[in-house]
Each structure stands twice: as C-alpha cells, then as structure tokens.
Design a protein around this ligand. Structure first.
Ligand code: GDD
Length: 343
C-alpha cells in the first residue's frame, strides 16, 4: 500500500485529493496547522475524516516538516498548504513568501534528507502568468506575476524545478488554473457569488458586493483537477503540467450563470463603480460594486492550454463552467434552506 502525505488537507483540493487517493487504495496522511478548531468540515462532508490520519505541522518550522516525513514515510507528497488568497497577499507579502516559497525549500530539503526517492507534487498556479496577454497559456509561457502571492508561487515553482534538475528528484509542478466546487472557500469569488445569491433567493434583501466583475478566468471543477494531480505522480518521469478547461469567462458571466440557475433574470445598469444588477422578476437589487474589493494590481484575463496534460496524462476536464456555477449555487441554496453552516 502506498502512502501519500497531503499538506493542507483541510482545504478544498486537500479533501478531494484525499478521497481520490483513498479510492485508489492509498494510506493518506494529511497535515494541518495547529488551531483551536478542528477544521475538518470538508473531510466530514466527503465522509472521509475517519479514513485519513491527521498530523499537525507548521510549514514555517523545518523540524516540524522533517518529523512529519520521518513519521509517515510517504511515497508521494502533495504540497497544497499555502496562503492562497491573492488579494490578501498585498497586505501580507512577507508571510506569503514564507508560507508559499521558503516553506517549499524546507519541504524539498526535508525530502532530500529523509527519502530523496519520494515524489513531490507542488501546487503551482496560473497566477504566475499574471500580466502576460496571450490567447492561451501553457508550460512554456513566460511568467509575469502581478501579486506577492504570484511572486511567491513563481519562486516555489522554480525551486521545485531546480531540485528535479540538480538532485534528480521526482518533483512536478501542477500549473492549475482556477478550480472551484461546493467545497471552495467562501471568500473566493465564485463561492462568494453562490453563497450570496442563495441567501438572496431565500429572501435576504441585502445585495452582494463584488470588485472587478470584468476579470476573466478559466474556471474548472476542482475534483477533475485533483484527479490530474495524481496522474502527474504516476508518470515514469517528472514534468510540469497545465490543467485548464481552455474556456475563459468573466466574473460577471459566472454571476449571471449562477443567478439564472436560481431562476433570476439579471439586468445590469450603470458603469464602473456605479454599476448595479437587478432581478427583473422581483425588482430586487442583487449586486453592487465595492471599489474596496479592487486589487492594487489585477490579472485581467487567464486562459489555459492543457494539451500536454491531455496528450501525456490522458487528462480532460469533465464539468463545464456553466454546470459548475449551477452545481455550486444549488448546493448553497440547499445548505442554507436546511439551516446548515456555510463551509
Ligand atoms: N475574491 C474576490 N472577491 N475576487 C473578486 C471579487 C470579490 O469580491 N470581485 C471581483 N473579484 C475578482 C478578482 O479581482 C479576480 O480577478 C477574480 O475575481 C478571481 O478572484 P478569486 O476568486 O479570489 O481567485 P484568484 O483568481 O485571484 O485566485 C485563485 O485561483 C488561483 C489560480 O488557480 C486562488 O485560488 C489562488 O490561490 C489560485 O492560485
């Protein structure tokens, strides 16, 4: 039986990946930071909390990472732990660099000491392309990070590549474009939209507030992407792969898909910060713009080309963005209707 160690197992990707690996017959050890709350809501929702072993570690402490590797002796390590909020990274650039980049060096060194044969998956991101305007971004596209988050992820990406080349270790970077689900954190824009639209559909009068609704992203379904992470680790040779759908839509369009799935008919009026959206059926104002949500530097458009993953891993995403918006908003509507807490 193979052992997988997943850092950040309590997040969206950690939970889906854990379930996938358990289904593949792995022993799964997941790490999380010490905290007063247990924070296993996503694992509970997937019904796998009792099937994974949880290790408490701190990615800022080398000794903590070293002991986790010595104790669990993993064959595969998936590094999903991160400060993953792009907007928040502008206010916490140093912590973001520590948690997302220096921590990766700690992990790489710990793997080299404990078992250099162990395989590493590093969670890289489409945010690294940032300001590059290209119709389609792939593994050979240039990086132009636009936030402290993206800068930290470029550093981690290069460190991972360097350990592969310098030490011959099996290290791969998954350059994942945005991937969402009903387990997505409520502060990311898709989930912010679906939880708030569900609340409004159930009678709440307060409109949702968003920042830049013209930003465009290539949004896929997280479970499809976690399957792709595992496929990267099953290859004979380590490499880097883009996972994306190849379709990019705006925040405004995602909002519209989700609202329509709840039977709303959206009309946008006004421009810039004065833009609002109403539901024609009820006359309710459902969206306002809040300029405080604008980012100091924005990534306007991201669209990915996953042809290498399709060719070499046989990976294709299954769920479209319109289906994704519908799945997410219906789930949030059901949760709120039953009085369940929003994860
Ligand atoms: N979060 C948020 N909240 N974003 C908003 C809002 C808002 O109220 N209004 C507009 N946006 C815009 C952001 O400015 C951005 O252009 C876009 O919506 C998406 O924002 P997020 O959902 O926060 O995601 P992200 O694209 O910045 O980053 C996510 O995806 C990356 C790529 O996979 C994160 O998960 C990153 O950790 C990940 O690397």
């Amino acid at each position: 039986m193979k052992t997988a160690l997943i850092t950040g197992i309590t997040g969206q990707d950690g939970a889906y990946l854990a379930r996938h690996l358990l289904n593949e017959g792995y022993r799964v050890v997941g790490t999380r930071r010490r905290s007063a709350s247990t924070n296993t809501g996503r694992l509970d929702e997937l019904g796998i909390t009792d099937r994974v072993e949880i290790a408490t570690i701190e990615m800022l402490e080398f000794g903590s990472i070293l002991s986790a590797l010595q104790e669990s002796q993993p064959d595969e390590i998936y590094n999903l732990a991160a400060q993953s909020f792009v907007g928040a990274s502008f206010g916490q650039p140093i912590f973001t660099m520590e948690a997302n980049a220096v921590a990766v060096y700690r992990l790489l060194e710990a793997i080299r000491i404990v078992n250099p044969e162990a395989r590493l998956y590093q969670a890289s991101t489409s945010e690294m392309f940032g300001g590059i305007s290209a119709d389609s971004l792939n593994e050979t596209s240039r990086f132009y990070p636009k936030s402290p988050y993206a800068v930290s992820k470029v550093a981690a990406h290069m460190a991972t590549t360097n350990y592969r080349e310098a030490h011959g270790m099996f290290c791969c970077n998954g350059i994942l474009f945005n991937h969402e689900s009903p387990l997505r954190g409520a502060e990311f824009v898709t989930r912010k939209i679906t939880t708030n639209l569900a609340r409004i559909a159930l009678g709440d009068e307060r409109p949702l507030t968003l920042g830049n609704i013209d930003a465009r992203r290539d949004w896929g379904y997280a479970e499809d992407y976690c399957r792709g992470m595992h496929l990267m680790m099953t290859r004979g040779e380590a490499s880097d792969y883009v996972l994306a759908t190849g379709v990019s839509i705006s925040v405004r369009d995602f909002f519209q898909h989700a609202a329509e799935a709840l039977g709303m008919e959206i009309i946008f009026e006004g421009e810039g910060a004065a833009e609002v959206a109403h539901d024609r059926k009820t006359g309710k104002c459902v969206l306002r713009i809040d300029p405080d949500q604008y980012r100091p530097a924005e990534v306007n458009t991201l669209i990915g080309d996953a042809s290498k993953a399709r060719r070499e891993l046989g990976w294709t995403p299954i769920i479209s963005v319109a289906e994704l918006a519908e799945i997410m908003v219906r789930k949030d509507y059901d949760r709120l209707k039953k009085g369940e807490a929003i994860l």
